[in-house]
Design a protein around this ligand. Sequence first.
Ligand code: C2E
Ligand code: CA
Ligand code: CA
Length: 435
Amino acid sequence: MNFPIPKQDRSAFVGELQRYVDKSRRDGSLLGVMLIHLHRVVELNTSFGYKVGDRLLAIVRDRIGKILRPNDSIERIGDHDFVLVLPSPKNVGHASLAANRIVNVLEEPLEIDGNAIKASVAIGIALFPEHAQEADALLRLADVALAGAIQSNSPIKICAEVPDKGTLSSFIIESELRHALMNDEFILYYQPKIDLATRQVCGAEALSRWNNPARGLVPPDVFIPVAEQTNLMLPFTLWSLNLAARQFGEFNRLSKNFSVAVNLSATVLYDPDVVDLINRTIKIWSIRPEQLVLEVTESAMMVDPKTSLETLNRFHDLGVMLSIDDFGTGYSSLAYVKKMPVNELKIDKSFVMNMDKDKGDAMIVRTVIDMAHNFEIAVTAEGVESQLILEQLAELGCDCAQGFYLAKPMPAANLIDWLQVSPWARQTGMRSVTG
Ligand code: C2E
Ligand code: CA
Ligand code: CA
């Protein structure tokens, strides 16, 4: 058995599929396309290393191979998916039967390095000519069906009918996101955070971007809400945590006492595995726990205050730092915050941006800083766009600042340069100051 199994490029595969479609059209026969998604490969890779993920894929392919007919063809496409082409199925039922056999053959746990691992799959099926007449659309509809299977937690979904335009676009963006995650299209930008007492950088917040080949850089406000509706948010967060933790090593080498902050969505906060996954991440990348900041919004915490308190306590026990993001936009109950093991409040930028002109905003900022300090919670102001506001915040005793005036979010490589040349980063770890 060979592994890692070579990955077929999606556009090359579409070309190959088109040849099958053309032949089926000539022969007047049906053609089935089945996308088989292997769950938990990201988690397995994170927990046990890429080799285990690769071996799992190889064993799964081998098992599926044993039940295929001679003319069926199976390819790996992306990191966690296989695509199976079924020439001349008699009808939809025939394709569905094949999918059932695949699910059954994977029931038996697989053995990898003495560990019994249960491979769990989701399958999406689309048929020529019933669902689409061309390869590209056929594959996309198999993707839509697969997204539906994953979303509804069912192992198999057939593209029963052509969805209307509205549903299609929402499905497409979800399947696009899944595709983007598998194809490494997401990147992390970092925005530095400045300690107002020393006027020196003390960390950075990781902010994701989607580098979409067709649309360019897509901001998180567009794709995070879609990801939150799907079960992609946990693998996405694992990806961002691991990348931030890895890149952190280089930032920390250049800047003493650096911390890196990652945003956690509500869906991730309530995942039963999240504490263990974060614990594993800091161990794998040898980060001191206090150098990782988890940013959670107040509204995420309020979805289920009892459970979030339990989770935040477990994070606190790990020693990671906890920050309440967008403070002031939700319940803003400092009495409630007092009960949480919170290290930092981030005052929402909507109050900070106008505090030089709006007395009410300035008053809110002042009150939050004073009350947080009474509870020994540090305060970061986000959205600092001018020197005037920076000085106002320093005057009010605010601990840290983040905003376009100091630095815009930037790719990791630019942050590495910035840490070596910016006046906000003079006391760096590696560089003895020479001028
Ligand atoms: P956020 O966590 O409140 O992040 C701060 C946002 O304010 C960032 O927008 C940042 O670029 C922007 N910002 C920073 N300084 C200034 C300033 O001086 N003026 C103005 N007008 N804006 C400033 P961005 O990067 O577009 O991120 C938007 C939101 O998307 C974030 O808000 C966060 O809630 C979410 N987000 C980003 N990356 C991730 C992620 O990896 N996971 C999760 N769960 N959420 C993310
Ligand atoms: Ca944030
Ligand atoms: Ca914020």
